[in-house]
Design a protein around this ligand. Sequence first.
Ligand SMILES: Nc1nc2c(ncn2[C@@H]2O[C@H](COP(=O)(O)OP(=O)(O)OP(=O)(O)O)[C@@H](O)[C@H]2O)c(=O)[nH]1
Ligand SMILES: [Mg+2]
Length: 317
Amino acid sequence: MDLVNKIRTGNTRAIAKAISLIENETREKEELIDSIHPFTGNAFVIGVTGPPGAGKSTIVDRFIQFERDRNKKIAVIAVDPSSPFSGGAILGDRLRMQTHATDPGVFIRSMASRGHLGGISTATAGALTIFDAAGFDTIIIETIGVGQTEVEVIEMADLILLTLVPGMGDEIQAMKAGIMEIADLFLVNKCDIDGADRLKSEIEYMLMLGSEQNKASLPPIKLASAKNNTGTEELYSSIFERLNLFKNSGLLASRRKIRIQKEIEHIFASKLKELLYIKLNMEENIGLWIERVYNREIRPYNFVNKKMMELTKENVL
Ligand SMILES: Nc1nc2c(ncn2[C@@H]2O[C@H](COP(=O)(O)OP(=O)(O)OP(=O)(O)O)[C@@H](O)[C@H]2O)c(=O)[nH]1
Ligand SMILES: [Mg+2]
């Protein structure tokens, strides 16, 4: 396929076209994903998460520079920048994009949560696959770490960096349930303002509470100021150190296999649903079935089990 070849050469327009194409569940999407699959699995995916305004985009911008200094190609997926929590982000991302606009080694893509038929997770997974096939060495997913979908998205990363800021005690409390446990590395950003050391101790304390671990085995907690560019290069190095550690220990492979498991299950579930809709002539029949259940003429489990049995007998399932 011509598009596949163009993607593999890193052609910007082909990449953009492919990302739009895979946002909808079509036969074309399936063919594209399958055609590029052999050329994927090479990029490191880094998830950058944290409360609104923590400085995620500023730190990502630093990473872009570090990667380019090393002649590496980097893509950024900024998820849900249009959420009510971070109104200014789209503009910020655009401004940043302009600095790299003429650089084919950088691709920044914003993704709003609305307007994706298959959901934001599917759209992000698709974009990841395309960037990977296009030869980007590193792909960053930036997202605000709240809510189930957000966690689902960030779990697509090989490594998760959680960005926190002094004075955000409440936000940390709110996040605790979800994202704290899955972070591989903590960044206390804005260490140019007061309270960075205290926040570091608080994070340590919370991590110790939540596990049996001793202090030495806790995820690293780094201090930096993204704005002043201090501590940022050390953070960047420790991310790659940790990624290599994950690679050598087999953790990277097992995380990626879990992702593949979810993908396969997802494809099966949606195909099965499609099949059921067709074979049961759902559109035509569902109204009647609702009425019968509503009127207590039939019982939901008994009815569905019977239907499934019929499909098995007809060799549909
Ligand atoms: N003082 C200080 N300000 C910073 C630092 N890093 C970022 N900022 C500022 O914090 C504000 C938010 O930065 P962003 O990088 O847009 O934060 P974000 O986490 O991407 O925000 P959302 O995408 O809206 O959630 C900006 O005004 C930055 O200039 C820092 O290290 N120190
Ligand atoms: Mg941002």
